[in-house]
Design a protein around this ligand. Structure first.
Ligand code: MAN
Length: 357
């Protein structure tokens, strides 16, 4: 197995040292899984910035979480000492702290918010120092993650994971100018993420892909739903399952919004195997019915191969929240190792070649 995409020679194009922390005592652990769109002749990336608290030694983990005080949510830091707490908690996954007794995630090791980055050429980005969106409600106390941007008419709808003790839900905001925004609330209840909305109505309905996670029965598969107003989603149907073995036998989830091609809607999704190695695959769906898969890649189109994809905050990950189709070229903006952002390009015809009926 080998990637069919070409990595840009400037990769990784965005790294944590390019991002100013929100507070003096915070460090940026990762800038990754960005949403992408075009606005006013510029490429916009909405960056997921993950931060944690600077501590004196590696055994001390400082986790920022929002706690409600007098009707407002304030950032507080919860400290763990790995030497003292390892009997009770499992620190082996760099992303989470799990209670050993029931394997529940009790905290994430970092908290994420969103930052805007703009570029004329799609490679060199100016990153804003101030945040674009920060956690706000009781459903975002552990952070907001993995934004995906869909342009519909002259508005941008941004879906993202809202993480809290209640689980991972998907929320949405709307902006017309990337300055002001309107919060539209939770559109899919926990656990459901990887929500991507189609850029136009199809036979009178908006469509979205999403990834609910069943508990007792079934796997983390991709579903498709319809809506008249982008807020209320119904007519849910199963779209794509994890495989029995191979590169997509762990979990799968949608990427950024599907793009329209002459052969159908192209969607790039992520898939992890049982060892948490995240690759990218593609599906092509019916132009009149995104719930019908016409063709799918048998093998990944992108595999963690570069050093920054194999090693990092959480290694062996390539994960996309957005692509751009420019003439016959697919530009994949992707998070690598939950730490940096890369750009990979592939010609449409090369994807068609590996899509099997
Ligand atoms: C999850 C997501 C992503 C992350 C991957 C790999 O599926 O929440 O945010 O990139 O895991 O860690």
């Amino acid at each position: 197995m080998k990637s069919i995409v070409q990595r840009h020679s400037s990769n990784p194009i965005i790294t944590p040292n390019m991002v100013k922390p929100t507070q003096g005592d915070f460090k940026v652990d990762g800038v990754f899984n960005a949403g992408v769109t075009r606005f006013n002749d510029e490429t916009i990336l909405l960056l997921r910035v993950a931060e944690s608290v600077i501590t004196e030694n590696e055994d001390i983990v400082g986790v920022p979480v929002f706690v409600k005080e007098d009707e407002h949510y304030q950032l507080q830091v919860v400290y763990y000492d790995k030497r003292r707490d390892s009997k009770v908690y499992d620190f082996s996954d760099s992303r989470t702290i799990r209670r050993r007794s029931d394997h529940k995630v009790v905290h994430l090791t970092s908290i994420s918010h969103f930052r805007l980055a703009r570029s004329k050429n799609g490679i060199d980005f100016h990153i804003e120092d101030r945040s674009f969106l920060v956690p706000e409600s009781q459903y975002e106390t552990w952070g907001i993650e993995d934004p995906r941007i869909t342009k519909i008419d002259n508005s941008f709808y941004i879906t993202y994971s809202a993480v809290s003790e209640y689980g991972v839900a998907t929320a949405m905001i709307k902006t017309d100018d990337f300055k002001d925004y309107e919060r539209l609330g939770i559109i899919f209840v926990p656990e459901n993420k990887d929500v991507s909305i189609f850029p136009e109505k199809i036979n009178g309905y908006y469509y979205a892909y999403h990834r609910p996670v069943p508990k007792e029965i079934g796997n983390a598969n991709i579903w498709v739903s319809k809506s008249k107003d982008l807020i209320n989603w119904s007519q849910h149907e199963h779209l794509l399952s994890v495989s029995e073995d191979g590169w997509e036998n762990g979990r799968i989830g949608g990427g950024g919004p599907s793009v329209k091609t002459e052969k159908g809607w192209l969607h790039i999704y992520h898939a992890a195997d049982k060892n948490d190695c995240y690759c990218l695959g593609a599906i092509l769906t019916d132009i009149d019915n995104p719930g019908r898969i016409i063709a799918k890649t048998q093998y990944p189109i992108m595999i963690p191969e570069a050093s920054y994809e194999k090693d990092g905050f959480f290694g062996n990950v390539v994960f996309t929240c957005g692509i751009l189709l420019e003439e016959d070229l697919v530009k994949i903006y992707y998070g690598a190792s939950d730490e940096v952002i890369g750009l990979a390009e592939v010609l449409l015809k090369d994807i068609y070649e590996v899509l099997e009926k």
